[in-house]
Design a protein around this ligand. Structure first.
Ligand code: NOJ
Length: 513
């Protein structure tokens, strides 16, 4: 037994005594009766990916062009390595190897996204691409054969370019097109897909309507286009939820929710102003989308409404940069998610103050965000390993929006891809999962599942293929794109198969994280 394991076991034994468990046994908690490192029975473990990041086949068999195809073909130097998603990991042809990888880590679900233009090349239902339907049918069937449940993200950022010609997400009518697209998916795959995510990370992809060069479609309309796009997203999401709820749920009996990205905001100092600023920053990222859907009163958070209205007025504008919902729209959106899909990666210090251009979401939020430099950095400049943040954020979600089970739909970290012995990723996963299991057993938070990002190395958007997030390596210099397991794959397998964070990996004491 290593020194680290000995220390851990000693701490666990001490905790057992504190929590009243028999000496020598793993500690149990009063609420769940589970050992503190044990996930509840039926907990879902999986891994995630997204169409543009892995599929390739960008124009294969009738697929239409997406906003990402268009952006990276037009501006090839936008990505760090000048590469794009034309071939990616070639999962369009090699999906069976992805399924093998998932089976090998003991995943019981796979969260993948469907490419809207692969199904509907024009964005509308006038053309339905049968080859696209066949591809996803094959993938879904291959998963089910291995006992892996498909969890389908309907939209993970690859809007059909034809719809961008109409203004993309800034055009409210895109919500109607989106609902028609979702209907095609429910009709074709809903007999086997029982878990749906309507939309992935609206806070992130609506930056594509704020600043050039961050996200597709790269429209410069900071502080206006991003709010307008988010407004359409909320209506689109609600439309798909209602369609499923009324017409498909009675027979298909699945669940459908949205995935929001929320980093944890740690107040920069003990001052009341910084505590308020940290909360405000959570409201401007998560709350902007969560409050209309998950709060009991619906609509945008009042702090966001007030600040954007006031800033718009001060700028001499006749209309607020943040659109308004009608009373019936507020009701239409409220309560439209069967679970809270959460993507979480890292944490930041947040202070009261002003930064960002005028107008911008950052400026409106009245917060200054700085990195928590005492924590280890990964290969992504924005991503530090801060396990305690995930426990804080799931607690925040469950207190702010009580009554909604949380499904962690993404969590993971990057490296430079130089080694298969990815120790930092192992520390990341075991640290974060230790905090998740404590949030469940000690804090009583209702987390129902966890998905690692990502099953394979993939195109990390503007970082191209330089940031490696997979628990399987993909060799992007080999035309065959071979997949190879990294050390982290076997650690995830131990966690997933034991339904626990084994004691050798468990961090009982959060103060050290
Ligand atoms: C969130 C996004 O959903 C995903 O596409 C991205 O690759 C990961 N975060 C890592 O940045």
């Amino acid at each position: 037994m290593s020194r680290r394991q000995e220390v851990l076991l000693a701490v666990v034994a001490a905790l057992s005594v504190l929590l009243g468990a028999p000496a020598g046994a793993a500690p149990t908690t009063a609420g769940s009766g589970n050992a503190v490192n044990q996930f509840p029975e039926g907990f879902l473990f999986g891994a995630s990916s997204a169409a543009y990041q892995i599929e390739g086949g960008w124009n294969a068999d009738g697929k239409g062009e997406s906003i990402w195809d268009r952006l990276l073909h037009t501006f090839p130097n936008l990505t760090t390595d000048g590469r794009n998603g034309d071939v990616a990991a070639d999962s369009y042809h090699k999906y069976k190897e992805d399924v093998e990888a998932l089976a090998s880590i003991g995943a019981n679900f796979y969260r993948f996204s469907i490419s809207w233009p692969r199904i509907l090349p024009t964005g509308d239902t006038n053309v339905i691409n049968q080859a696209g339907i066949d591809y996803y049918n094959n993938l879904i069937n291959a998963l089910l054969e291995k006992g892996i449940q498909p969890l389908v993200t309907i939209y993970h950022w690859d809007l059909p370019f034809e719809l961008q010609k109409l203004g993309g997400w800034t055009n409210p009518r895109i919500a109607e097109y989106y609902v028609q697209y979702a209907k095609v998916l429910f009709e074709n795959f809903g007999d086997r897909v029982k878990l749906w995510i309507t939309i992935n990370e609206p806070d992130m992809f609506t930056k594509g309507y704020a600043t050039w060069g961050q996200q597709a479609p790269s429209v410069n309309a900071s502080g206006i286009g991003d709010y307008q796009a988010g407004h359409t997203v909320l209506l689109a999401h609600a439309g798909a939820w209602h369609l499923y709820d009324e017409h498909f749920r009675p027979t298909q009996k699945g669940k459908i929710g949205i995935t929001l990205n929320i980093d944890w905001s740690e107040p920069a100092t003990d001052s009341a102003d910084d505590a308020e600023a940290a909360e405000r920053s959570l409201q401007f990222t998560g709350g902007l989308f969560a409050h209309p859907i998950f709060s009991s009163e619906g609509d945008y958070p009042s702090v966001v409404r007030l600040r954007v209205d006031a800033n718009s007025k001060a700028e001499g504008r006749g209309v607020s940069r943040l659109p308004s919902f009608t009373t019936s729209e507020v009701e239409y959106i409220r309560g439209t998610s069967d679970f809270f899909g959460l993507n979480h990666y890292t944490s930041w210090y947040v202070a009261d103050g002003v930064e960002g251009t005028v107008p911008s979401k950052t400026y409106d939020s009245g917060t200054i965000t700085t990195p928590m430099t005492e924590y280890p950095l990964t290969y992504s400049a924005w991503l530090r390993v801060i396990p305690s943040g995930i426990r804080k954020i799931v607690n925040w979600v469950s207190k702010t929006y009580p009554g909604h089970p949380i499904l962690i739909t993404e969590n993971g970290c990057s490296d430079d891809g130089s080694t298969l012995d990815d120790q930092q990723r192992i520390e990341y996963y075991t640290g974060y999962l230790s905090e998740v299991v404590k949030a469940i057993n000690v804090d009583g938070v209702d987390v129902i599942g966890y998905s690692a990002w990502s099953i394979i190395d993939n195109l990390e958007w503007m970082a191209g293929y330089t940031n490696h997030f997979g628990v399987f390596r993909v060799d992007y210099d080999d035309p065959d794109r071979p997949r190879t397991a990294k050390a982290s794959a076997s650690v995830l397998k131990k966690i997933y198969e034991s339904n626990s964070v084994p004691l050798e990996y468990f961090t009982p004491d959060s103060s050290s994280t």
